[in-house]
Structure formats: structure tokens, C-alpha cells
Design a protein around this ligand. Structure first.
Ligand code: R5P
Length: 291
């Protein structure tokens, strides 16, 4: 067994390899001036290769994954496991308008054709309940960072209110709250466009304790920004945020901090200054269970 790490996920893959006590090799990547990718793998591969890379910035990375998996098979790998803590293209699960591509299904099939196992963390599954419905593989495994996030929050706070910004976040917020015995509340969000959301807070006391906004990801950051602005208007002085996936596109991070969030934490599914909650324990446990 060998872990193959991409440069943008190297330190996380090294922690995973150390925890599993297995060897690690780096995939060599080169981007040509016209943006094509060249990828080089170790010419000699074991039967079981674990390819580690989160799929943020998905369009380039999916092509590189196709090149990588195909080459690994040509080099003799019999079993390919993809560890992609952040899995992109999971949000579009229906055609909202006639003619729209249902990317969750299409990308799911592509991954199922390339890999024997796919492991991910807190994928954004909305209208389906299981990852195998999006990625038709027996071993399409959806893990959750709820326990690790809960352990982290419990170290920071004695008591706090967890706030989920929309109904979809309730699955994560409720799990964390139950694990660590914190209270939680769920806001009502409506997305009007990429950068525009409306939200109403539930009727709760937001003034007497810290409030931690919990979500699966921050992309434009407009969801966390709106929640923070409403909390401030409701008199909350102690606002924090935690997300599994730190996408933080463009000015998202600064925008959220400007809205009054004191600190944002995230897991290391994507490398970012906020990524202090490590996922190697969770991922290693899942790999041990399937190998
Ligand atoms: C949506 O339902 C997700 O759970 C997140 O709330 C959303 O993707 C965050 O996006 P943004 O940071 O762009 O508001």
C-alpha cells in the first residue's frame, strides 16, 4: 500500500501516512503555459494506491485525477482509493432549469469509473441521503468531522450556542451539539444569487453566551457574513464560526471577519490559516476499516 500525495495536500497526507505507518510518494505536477497539466507518478506502484487530494478548484483537479488514476492503472495498480476530504460538484443534484447538467450525478459516475473506493468528509448532500447514490460504488464513504469539531469546540468553550445558518446545516450542528452537550438553533436562509443571501434568526437569546456559527463550508462567505451581521444586530458580542471546508473564495475570509466574527476555525480538508482541526485520525480509521 502507498499513499500518493498531491503538493496542495502534502502535509495532511504526511500526517495520514504517519498515522497509518505506510509509505508516501508525491505526484509531480507541472502546469504548461497554456494551462495543460503534466503529471508524473512513481513508475513502480504497489497493488493498492491511496490517492489523496481535496477537490476544491475542481476543474483542473478533476482532469489531473483522470490522468493520475488512468496512469496508475497502466502502471499496474489493482486497487485505487481516493481520499478527497472536500468533494466538489456535490451541490447540483437536480436540474433547476431545463437543460442544466446535474453535476453531482455526472462527476459521481466519473469517480466511480476511476476508483474502487472514495472517501470524503461532510459532502454537501441535500436531496439524497447516501453518498452511494451520487457515486455508485460499494465503498463510497461519507465521513463526518462532527466529532473532531466538537472535541475542538469543547476545548475552547464551557458553554456556547451553536447556530446553523440554514436547514441543510442542521445535520452537522445537531450532531456536534449532541456530542458536547451544547444548545443549538437553526436560522432560515434563502440564497438569491452567488453573493446574495437573506436570512432570519430563530427567536433565541443570543446575548448571554458566545454563539458559534457552524456550517459545512464557507465559499463566498456570504452565509457566515449574513449570520454574523444578524447576530450583532441582535446584541451578540461573542461571535465565532467553524466550518469543515475552508474554500474562502476571493475576499470571503476578510468579509466574514469584518462582519464581526472574532475567529473562524476549519478542518484541514483544505489548507488555510484557519485549518486547525486535523482530520488524519478520522481518515486513518476509515482506511483501516476498508483495507
Ligand atoms: C449551503 O447550503 C452550504 O451549506 C453553505 O451554507 C454554503 O455553501 C456557503 O456558501 P457561501 O459561503 O458562498 O455563502
Amino acid at each position: 500500500m502507498l499513499i500518493l500525495a498531491f503538493p496542495d495536500y502534502l502535509s495532511q497526507a504526511q500526517r495520514l501516512a504517519a498515522r497509518l505507518d505506510i509509505d508516501l510518494a508525491e505526484a509531480v505536477l507541472h502546469h504548461f503555459p497554456d494551462a495543460e497539466s503534466l503529471i508524473r507518478l512513481p513508475p513502480s506502484l504497489p497493488d493498492h494506491l491511496i490517492i489523496c487530494r481535496s477537490l476544491n478548484q475542481p476543474n483542473d483537479k478533476l482532469i489531473e485525477l483522470l490522468l493520475c488514476a488512468t496512469t496508475a492503472r497502466e502502471l499496474g495498480a489493482k486497487r485505487l482509493t481516493l481520499v478527497a476530504p472536500y468533494l466538489s460538484y456535490m451541490r447540483q443534484d437536480i436540474a433547476n432549469q431545463p437543460g442544466e447538467a446535474v453535476s453531482q450525478r455526472i462527476i459521481g459516475k466519473l469517480l466511480a469509473n476511476l476508483f474502487d473506493d472514495v472517501l470524503t468528509v461532510d459532502p454537501h448532500l441535500h436531496r439524497i441521503s447516501s453518498l452511494t447514490q451520487a457515486i455508485p460504488l460499494k465503498n463510497a464513504i461519507s465521513l463526518t468531522a462532527a466529532e473532531d469539531i466538537g472535541i475542538f469546540l469543547k476545548q475552547q468553550f464551557k458553554h456556547a450556542l451553536l447556530l446553523g445558518p440554514d436547514s441543510e446545516s442542521e445535520q452537522w450542528v445537531a450532531a456536534i451539539a449532541k456530542d458536547i452537550g451544547f444548545d443549538y438553533a437553526i436560522a432560515d436562509k434563502n440564497r438569491l444569487g452567488d453573493q446574495q443571501v437573506t436570512m432570519t434568526l430563530p427567536d433565541r437569546d443570543f446575548c448571554s453566551r458566545p454563539v458559534i456559527i457552524v456550517d459545512d463550508m464557507a465559499s463566498t462567505g456570504r452565509t457566515l457574513t449574513k449570520a454574523a451581521a444578524l447576530l450583532q444586530a441582535a446584541g451578540c458580542k461573542d461571535i465565532y464560526a467553524v466550518v469543515t471546508h475552508a474554500l474562502f473564495c476571493g475576499d470571503a475570509y476578510e468579509h466574514i471577519l469584518k462582519a464581526g466574527v472574532k475567529t473562524i476555525w476549519s478542518t484541514d480538508s483544505i489548507d488555510h490559516p484557519s485549518s486547525c482541526i486535523k482530520l488524519d485520525r478520522l481518515l486513518a480509521g476509515a482506511i483501516k476499516a476498508i483495507r
